[in-house]
Design a binder for this molecule. Structure first.
Ligand code: F6R
Length: 609
């Protein structure tokens, strides 16, 4: 969703650094952008539309300063207009504020401030903040105290950056919305509350925004304030200095580039072999079949609840099957519906699956689980994310940065990590011996698909269909759901996934010669045999069928086209079938000319409930 970048100490490169940071945050989804800088005075430039439009505007203005903030906005309060874009200012133009999150008491604050004579120029909740700062400054408060007093007045979720004219400092605060501080190479200090040196220093909602300049970060916690000028000081809500540890990001800046691919999504699909090697590295013993995940210690849950959203929820549905098969009752819940789930009991573990680690619905479900007394585990890609920090345990999927809005390699990483979790905590030696070799072979098997897939040809044939249906059973059912989600989010075409057996209970009425059905049939067991039966049902109604199969059943016989996957364990085959469906979605969206990495209305990290 919205993105924040701020910098201090970049001197004449301040504007360039802010715009570059905003470009790096584009992946989060946005509909307007803006920057503000403090130099001789405070100046702001902002616009509805893309960063290109902002750059165009900046080429006609002359903004300069040594301290700056920038923002990409994903509309919540008010449409995407120039006025609603951030930064927002007070009546005097001396204060500029960028904000992610939602200020819940903004209506009453706005009424109070309007009655006191403040003039508002946007529909946003954010604009109350600069006016509150203005009030405090007028009452004689120093800039930092004015900022703190404004933050004290607001309720809700926020990551905020503020500039105040006449002060070459950047003020920041967070509550329930991520904010990370970047420490330039010259910054000295080893975790004390006060870091000194020439900097430069940065704030951002996500590390890629400043990763080109530094790998050293400190993560702010809820309720903390940061002041960045000739150093960084972090304090709590009472102004008491807080000791922070400096962490080093392990991925390279190049990993956030496109490396010659047309889209991040395609690049990230192709990164799956490496992402899976990283996920498994040091965690499986390929010879003996042992699985050892340091992060989860000796967890031995008697039941598991998975909470997640979207693609991550599909990973939860898959993982619940792993645990159920091992005799440990498990269920996956949509995080936003977790309030109506049965409470965890005994030694139940509640697992939040979230690549970003910042999804508001998932965080809220995990907090609910903790309140209900459950032990919690975050399965996440993002080191230092809120989910990782708040849960009792964090299992990292190690996929590397994912920039495309559509989750691809992180879904693969989630499935692999959840296999490890199940093998390490509840499965016996027999399944380990069967599954570990299949996990080990995943990277090679996926590479094989990437090299030989017929998905682009199949996409070309079906790119102008009325709708697309995906069916699968058991481990392939979540993959069918995921195949449909991927296609609909990037192609804007109607796509639905169903449990193959459910088709005849209603959805079959939708099937026509212009609705291709993608059927995942793996192995030669009962599930595949029954799925072949379902294929025959749709074929009899004239629908084209594309079988995603390892060839060990009759699916290909009844299909118009086949997307092949190598033979492997059905658990691993789910990841392979998924790669074919990712490629299919990508090529259909590409044939239709869609903006693949930035689908309309969607955001990478959904930080509102
Ligand atoms: C789909 C997609 C979303 C996310 C969902 C949860 O491609 O990316 O459905 O899976 O918003 O996000 P995380 O995993 O960050 O909690």
């Amino acid at each position: 969703m919205c993105g924040i970048i701020g910098c201090v100490g970049r001197d004449e490169r301040t504007v360039e650094t802010l715009v570059h940071g905003l470009e790096k945050l584009e992946y989060r989804g946005y509909d307007s952008a803006g920057i503000g800088v403090v130099g001789d005075g405070l100046s702001v430039s902002k616009t509805a539309g893309e960063i290109e439009a902002l750059s165009q505007k900046l080429s006609e203005q002359s903004l300069a300063g040594t301290v700056g903030i920038g923002h990409t906005r994903w509309s919540t309060h008010g449409p995407p207009t120039d006025e609603n874009a951030h930064p927002h200012q007070d009546c005097t133009g001396r204060v500029a504020v960028v904000h992610n999150g939602i200020i819940e008491n903004y209506q009453e604050l706005r009424e109070e401030l309007t009655a006191a004579g403040h003039r508002f120029s946007s529909d946003t909740d954010t604009e109350v903040v600069p006016h509150l700062i203005e009030d405090a400054l007028e009452a004689g408060a120093e800039p930092e105290a004015a900022f703190r007093s404004a933050i004290d007045r607001i309720d809700g979720s926020y990551a905020i950056g503020a500039l105040i004219e006449g002060t070459e400092a950047l003020f920041a605060a967070r509550n329930d919305s991520p904010l990370v501080v970047g420490l330039g190479l010259d910054a000295e200090g080893d975790g004390s509350a006060e870091l000194t040196g020439d900097g430069p220093y940065f704030i951002a909602s996500d590390v890629p925004a400043f990763r080109d300049y530094t790998a050293r970060v400190i993560y702010l916690e809820d309720g903390e304030f940061a002041r960045l000028d000739g150093g960084v000081s972090v304090t709590d809500s009472d102004g008491i200095p807080v000791e922070k540890s400096v962490e080093t990001i392990t991925w390279d800046a190049e990993e956030t580039g496109k490396s010659g691919y047309d889209h991040y999504m395609l690049k990230e699909i192709h990164e799956q072999p490496r992402a899976l090697r990283q996920c498994l590295s040091g965690r499986i013993d390929e010879l003996g079949g042992a699985v050892d995940i340091e992060e989860v210690g000796d967890l031995s849950p008697t039941g598991v609840q998975f909470v997640a959203c979207g693609t991550s929820y599909h990973a939860g549905l898959y993982a619940a099957q792993l645990f159920n098969q091992a005799g440990v009752p498990a269920q996956a819940f949509l995080a936003s519906e977790y309030a109506s789930s049965p409470p965890p009991v005994g030694d139940d573990l509640v697992v939040g699956i979230t690549q970003s680690g910042e999804t508001a619905d998932t965080l809220s479900a995990l907090r609910e689980a903790a309140n209900r007394g459950a032990e919690t585990l975050a399965v996440t890609n993002t080191v230092g994310s809120t989910a990782a920090r708040e849960c009792d345990h964090a299992l990292y999927i190690r996929s590397g940065p994912e920039i495309g809005v559509a989750a691809t390699k992180t879904f693969a990483g989630q499935l692999a990590a959840l296999n490890l979790l199940s093998l390490a905590t509840v499965e016996g030696g027999r399944s380990r011996r069967a599954v570990v070799p299949a996990l080990r072979d995943l990277s090679g098997d996926i590479q094989h698909i990437l090299d030989d897939s017929a998905a682009s040809e199949v996409a070309e044939i079906y790119a102008d269909s009325n709708a697309y249906f995906f069916i699968g059973r058991r481990y392939q059912f979540p993959v069918a759901l995921e195949g449909a989600l991927k296609l609909k989010e990037i192609s804007y075409e109607h796509a639905e996934g169903f449990a193959a057996g459910e088709l005849k209970h209603g959805p079959l009425a939708l099937v026509t010669p212009n609705t291709p059905v993608f059927a995942i049939a793996i192995g030669d067991g009962d599930a595949a045999r029954k799925t072949v039966g379902n294929i025959k049902e749709v074929e009899a109604r004239g629908a084209p069928v594309v079988a995603v199969t390892d060839g060990r059943n009759d699916a290909a016989m009844y299909a118009d086209y086949v997307l092949e996957v190598p033979e492997t364990h059905p658990r691993a085959a789910a990841l392979l079938a998924n790669v074919q469906l990712q490629l299919l979605a990508y090529h259909i969206a590409n044939d239709l000319g869609r903006p693949i990495d930035k689908p309309r209305n969607l955001a990478k990290s959904v930080t509102v409930e």
